[in-house]
Design a protein around this ligand. Structure first.
Ligand code: SF4
Length: 152
């Protein structure tokens, strides 16, 4: 224990210093915020749905939520309920056991709604494609129709 604490004290901070603030990024943030308000008339609320991903996409989504990107400052917020969401963010190929849950989440989201597929799996089915276990890509993200398992 003492050995570990001594080592921590001896090593000190090993992270690189924070980058200097960039005024160009503040202008870009203002533009994104204004665009969201002009398009939606309000903040953008997102319900993330893992329809069968390997969790790699979730790691990226978590990363984009860190303070550096200041998503909430731009008017973009993740919510726990589809009833509070403007947009569904779907990761992974739609596994067969998640197809019904995804369809119900879609139905529970008030119209007008956006559906955005994330990653190769959500957009095309990726390396998993369609199989006995997987429905492939997220169909609603492309066709805005109700979600069904095409190859059942
Ligand atoms: S695209 Fe598919 S394989 Fe790649 S990180 Fe996302 S879920 Fe995983």
């Amino acid at each position: 224990m003492w050995h570990l604490l001594r080592q921590i004290a001896r090593t000190g901070l090993v992270t690189e210093p924070a980058p200097k603030s960039d005024d160009a990024l503040r202008v870009e943030a203002g533009r994104i915020h204004d665009e969201i308000l002009a398009t939606l008339g309000q903040a953008l609320t997102i319900r993330e749905v893992d329809a069968g991903s390997c969790n790699g996409c979730e790691l990226e989504i978590h990363a984009v939520n860190n303070p550096y990107y200041n998503l909430e400052g731009l008017g973009i917020r993740f919510v726990a309920s589809p009833r509070h969401a403007d947009m569904l963010l779907v990761t992974g190929p739609v596994s067969r056991h998640m197809a019904e849950a995804l369809r119900r989440t879609y139905d529970a989201t008030p119209a007008p709604k956006l559906v955005v597929a994330v990653g190769d799996c959500g957009c095309t089915g990726g390396i998993f494609g369609e199989s006995y276990a997987s429905c492939g890509r997220c169909p609603a993200a492309h066709r805005r129709r109700s979600i069904s398992c095409a190859a059942s």
